[in-house]
Design a protein around this ligand. Structure first.
Ligand code: ATP
Length: 301
């Protein structure tokens, strides 16, 4: 038997960041949305534990580590240890989510690995336990399990689904070179040594989401990491301006960047923005709708 699990990229519609805590993490108030850009992960029985990654044309294959550095391997080991068994299985990941792009591609793979490992080995881990293991592995991983649109607090790992009245159209432009999430947070700290302990509230964004109106959502989008990301990569500011000139309602750095996402008013609006950006020389332009489901089994053979 082999199991294939699909996991989606995330964007942050609101990312409020507070002053760094003593444990090194930043308090967050964030609203995640899973969008229709996926990695597919297949797990088959094997004696040892291995992972191979196949990437889409727009992804540098050397950017994804193999072996113990791959979060898929760490996820399998953690779940196996909890079950008191040695970890085993051959993972194959088909990657479409930009790497180090602020879209939680690694977290999506980790969530997919947890679901696949649990299913293949018949562990029957409860949802609550799976979420706890996910939170231990990384702050964005619980959301990758839950999907849809959800608020994240704590360091982003405490996730609650929220009301979302829309099907939103997004255009995403990844960069050829990734941006390190810790480096962007460090730059946020340098720019804002007096950041409040309590991060900017997601409440206004939640009201816009519930309205289902793209223009209202566009106005409410908020990302405290956009300023440090643009400071480190000024061309991201130019890209946002270009996409908005091509008809997008609003451009925003996704999470810690460097992917920029554009909210559009409709399918036609997304097509126009994507064509405009491609015509202006952007090599990779992706279009997706959100929200979509969290990590889920698509095939069991
Ligand atoms: P986030 O939005 O959660 O901060 P990100 O989208 O910016 O994450 P990822 O694509 O998750 O970044 O990758 C961050 C780093 O994790 C990569 O530079 C890579 O070295 C490492 N990594 C480990 N496993 C994986 C994986 N399966 N896929 C992608 N990157 C991985």
């Amino acid at each position: 038997m082999s199991v294939t699990v699909r996991a989606a990229a995330k964007i942050n519609l609101h990312l409020g960041v507070g002053r760094v805590r003593d444990d090194g993490f930043h308090p967050l108030d964030t609203v995640y949305q899973a969008i229709g850009l996926h990695d597919d992960l297949t797990l088959a029985p094997a004696d040892g534990l291995s992972v191979v990654t196949r990437v889409a044309d727009h992804i540098d294959p050397t950017a994804v580590p193999d072996g113990d550095d791959n979060v898929v391997v760490r996820a399998a080991r953690l779940l196996a240890r909890r079950a008191g068994r040695p970890a085993s299985g051959a993972f194959e990941v088909h990657k479409d989510i930009p790497v180090a792009g602020g879209m939680a591609g690694g977290s999506a793979d980790a969530a997919a690995a947890l679901v696949a490992y649990d299913r293949l080995h018949g562990l029957r881990t409860s949802d609550d336990d799976l979420l706890a293991v996910a939170a231990e592995l990384g702050s964005d991983i619980p959301f990758s399990l839950v999907g849809g649109t959800a608020r994240g607090v704590g360091r982003g790992e405490i996730v609650t689904p929220v009301e979302d009245a829309g099907t939103w159209w997004w255009v995403a432009v990844p960069s050829t070179e990734g941006l390190s999430t810790p480096a962007v947070y460090r730059h946020f700290d340098a720019l804002h040594p007096d950041a409040p302990e309590t991060p900017a509230s997601a409440e206004p964004l939640l009201a816009a989401l519930a309205s289902g109106e793209p223009v209202r959502l566009a106005r409410a989008l908020h990302n405290d990491l956009q300023e440090p990301a643009i400071d480190l990569r000024p061309e991201l500011g130019d890209l946002i301006a270009r996409g908005e000139a091509e008809g997008a309602l609003r451009g925003l750095v996704s999470g810690s960047g460097p992917t920029v996402v554009f909210l559009c008013d409709s399918a036609a609006g997304a097509r126009e923005t994507a064509l405009g950006l491609a015509g202006a020389g952007e090599r990779v332009v992706l279009t997706a709708t959100g929200p979509v489901a969290g990590a889920h089994v698509v095939t069991t053979v």
